[in-house]
Design a protein around this ligand. Structure first.
Ligand SMILES: [Zn+2]
Length: 224
């Protein structure tokens, strides 16, 4: 067999294999989070919290992509990605100072405005942590919880797991062990909703991108 023919066959085999792999592996479901560090949380702490939240969302079948949009300690957003028109799949995440102001001050670790705006209270995570080492984990779990609210919709608290409405010793123990996660049913809903939003982003509604979420009417509020 001529060398050229053999090379052609090898290339054909590679391209066939690549095509087969492409056909069998579904596209990742990606959620982009635009992070506004209004609490001026330490960069390293926030980065670790994002890692933890990303791990938890990853266990639910969603890949989180983080864009640090406001940070006095670094020159974030060199490509101006934070200021482009937002897509339905984008989540705006605000890390706020303080503990939240409502009638449940001891249980409030975040607040969510459906469909795309989530906030977590940095000082609440600090207060709950027994040591500085625990802050990123708790903050990361709080972020995953609030993003869960966005993708699961209203009334999404559950009896167990990361969407439990009030975290007690059991939830904190699980959180620190990396075991405070979405249930399998919640994971399916999260994947379906994220997939739906991705479809909006690339489909017929592409030109009807959401305006700045802070100005959207009829926002539904979910606390902690
Ligand atoms: Zn909640």
């Amino acid at each position: 067999m001529r060398l050229e023919t053999r090379l052609s066959m090898v290339l054909l085999a590679f391209s066939t294999l690549a095509a087969a792999r492409e056909a069998t592996s579904p596209s990742p479901i990606i959620v982009t989070l635009l992070v506004y560090n209004n609490a001026q949380a330490p960069v390293a702490t926030l980065a670790q919290a994002e890692l933890e939240a990303g791990r938890i969302l990853g266990k639910a079948g969603v890949r989180a992509v983080w864009l640090d949009c406001f940070d006095r300690h670094s020159a974030a957003d060199p490509q101006d990605l934070c200021h482009r028109a937002r897509e339905p799949i984008d989540v705006v995440l605000r890390v706020l100072p303080g503990h939240g102001k409502n009638r449940f001050p001891d249980t409030l670790f975040g607040i969510t405005f459906l469909p795309t705006l989530a906030s977590v209270y940095y000082d609440y995570a600090v207060r709950l942590a027994n040591s500085d080492d625990e802050v990123p984990t708790i903050l990361g779990c709080a972020i995953a919880h609030e993003v869960g609210h966005l993708l699961l919709g209203p009334n999404s608290h559950s009896a167990g797991g990361i969407m439990h409405g009030e975290w007690g010793p059991k939830e904190f123990r699980l959180a620190l062990m990396g075991g405070l996660l979405f249930t399998s049913q919640q994971s399916k809903v999260i994947q379906a909703e994220a997939q739906r939003r991705m479809t909006l982003q690339t489909g017929v509604l592409k030109e009807q991108r959401l305006a700045t979420v802070d100005h959207r009417p009829n926002l539904k509020v979910v606390q902690h």
